[in-house]
Design a protein around this ligand. Structure first.
Ligand SMILES: [Zn+2]
Length: 175
């Protein structure tokens, strides 16, 4: 049994554009891909296990800094940009409890209000990333994730393709 539906030109054009992307994009060997934006994030590690060390910068952390850094802060009206590199000979902060933290940089799904932002097509994700790159550490990267466990998405994608294909066939028949 078939149903005849009427949809606006805008909706039909949107479905055709989306169906075209879905059919022609590189699905990166993923079943039912969705596209998300990843960004570089700092992930805390145990001391000695991470690639990066930085001074902590919460309010009051400077009390734990080494004497050299405390002196610099006091003489520069707390200009943190004047502090030496944390691994330089002029700084002993890394030997002081509570002055530094250790982390690795990893590419992870964007957070801070962008978690859960996902796109059906790589093109849409890439356009969004470019328009909002200032929100993402390292301006972000688009990755495909498999949504094969999402039982709504697969039939929804099939429906978009079906409506677009049926519409195309119908308008061919008209001309
Ligand atoms: Zn220091």
């Amino acid at each position: 049994m078939t149903k005849t539906i009427e949809i606006s030109d805008e909706t039909y054009e949107f479905l055709c554009r989306t169906a075209h992307e879905l059919e022609t994009q590189n699905n990166r060997h993923t079943d039912t891909p969705i596209f998300r934006i990843y960004e570089t994030q700092k992930v805390e590690r145990r001391e000695g296990c991470g690639d990066h060390v930085e001074r902590l910068d919460y309010d009051g952390a400077e009390e734990h800094y080494c004497q050299g850094c405390k002196d610099i802060l006091e003489s520069t009206d707390y200009d943190y940009d004047q502090l030496p590199e944390v691994f330089s000979d002029a700084c002993d902060c890394r030997y002081s409890d509570g002055a530094t933290w250790t982390f690795d940089k990893e590419l992870l799904p964007a957070s801070g209000g962008y978690d859960g932002v996902a796109f059906l097509t790589e093109k849409a994700a890439e356009e969004y990333r470019q328009d909002n790159d200032y929100h993402f550490n390292g301006s972000g990267v688009v990755y495909a994730e498999s949504a094969f466990r999402n039982h709504e998405l697969k039939p929804l994608i099939a429906a978009i393709k079906e409506i677009a294909a049926t519409g195309a066939a119908a308008s061919e028949g008209e001309s």
